[in-house]
Design a protein around this ligand. Structure first.
Ligand SMILES: Nc1ncnc2c1ncn2[C@@H]1O[C@H](COP(=O)(O)OP(=O)(O)OP(=O)(O)O)[C@@H](O)[C@H]1O
Ligand code: SF4
Ligand SMILES: [Mg+2]
Length: 315
């Protein structure tokens, strides 16, 4: 049995008393890839940022984020820096935000080795080239001397992944890491993440609004809606047997063979704003199965099997 490295319990992240992340609990085991999926505004990034201590200052976090059995929400700034340098690494949608435009990519990866692994400048430069090779950047000695703007989006994201790996994290949080890339490059980056998980044993929390992309990579998937976890299952089970009306809706929005461009369906309606979320089921405004009990009361998450739970009054 693999050890649980991240154990999030009843996490709530609120803006002026309105929760954007509402009482969510989930675990990630060593080496596991957990997918988090949901539409824009569901609280995916906020959950990730809070796990790194990087949520906006105006947001109030409560509950527990236990990483290797320590509740990170009690961390001092110094302790956070250690977590970010050695324990958890984060990869964002736009690699340019993580890269320094005026430093070569080789130097940026090398700096990670110097800072977090104590290598000398020369050793770090060699390790950086090695790491660029690990993430399959062709001709890494030459590319190490390039500046970020001289590389393609896919190559830049590989550099960011190399920087993350240099810290030897036990957890990588990837927040929409392939959303800005075209489909072919996206598939290559997903393959790379899978390969690195195999090689290094790092766990990955993979966030996307695209259930198709998530299920390519993740073995377990959590579905978020309006700050809540509404369903969770293995990726296989979620596809074969989705139960929550929201998950069913998300599956219905996936492109299918034979579908014309621009034909992609969407779930009617939108995620309600923070101050318009009642105490009942968050999906009630958009749900075809909704009854008055849905407005009155938030459904509890029910375990349908060992690998499948769902929060809905009318299954
Ligand atoms: N700095 C902030 N101040 C106030 N509200 C915020 C702030 N940051 C996020 N929120 C609110 O928190 C909610 C969740 O945002 P979050 O960025 O986590 O969504 P997301 O699921 O990552 O969406 P996306 O797919 O668009 O990235 C949103 O309703 C957003 O309006
Ligand atoms: S609890 Fe009610 S509104 Fe919510 S998803 Fe289930 S049926 Fe729909
Ligand atoms: Mg986000």
């Amino acid at each position: 049995m693999q050890k649980t490295i991240l154990d999030v319990r009843r996490l709530r992240v609120a803006f002026r008393g309105y929760p954007a992340v509402n009482d969510i609990s989930y675990q990630i085991k060593q080496g596991e890839i957990l997918g988090i999926v949901g539409e824009s505004g569901c609280g995916k990034s906020l959950t990730a940022l809070t796990t790194m201590g990087l949520q906006p200052k105006v947001m109030q976090a409560s509950g527990e984020v236990n990483f290797n059995d320590k509740n990170l929400l009690e961390n001092t700034e110094k302790e956070w820096q250690k977590v970010r340098g050695e324990g958890i690494a984060m990869i964002f949608q736009e690699p340019m935000t993580a890269l320094n435009p005026v430093t070569t990519v080789g130097d940026q990866v090398a700096e990670m080795f110097q800072l977090h692994q104590g290598y000398s400048k020369k050793e770090a430069a060699e390790k950086a080239v090695e790491m660029l090779n690990v993430v399959h950047i062709p001709d890494p000695t030459k590319r190490a001397k390039a500046y970020p703007h001289e590389l393609s989006g896919g190559m830049r994201q590989r550099v960011v992944i190399a920087m993350a790996l240099a810290c030897k994290p036990s957890l990588i949080i990837a927040d929409e890491p392939t959303t800005a890339l075209d489909v072919t490059v996206q598939a290559q980056v997903l393959d790379l993440l899978e390969e690195l998980r195999e090689a290094t044993g790092t766990a990955i929390q993979f966030i996307s609004h695209n259930l198709g992309v998530v299920s390519q990579l993740a073995e377990n998937v959590v579905v978020m809606y309006a700050g809540r976890i509404v369903e969770r299952a293995t990726a296989e089970e979620l596809f074969a047997n989705p139960q929550h009306p929201y998950t069913v809706g998300l599956l219905g929005t996936l492109p299918r063979i034979g579908m014309a461009r621009g034909e992609l369906p969407s779930i009617p309606g939108a995620v309600p704003p923070l101050d318009q979320r009642g105490s009942g089921c968050p999906f009630v405004d958009r749900c075809s199965r909704a009854t008055p009990s849905c407005t009155a009361e938030m459904p509890e998450e029910v375990e349908l099997s060992k690998v499948h739970s769902v929060a809905c009054h009318h299954l």
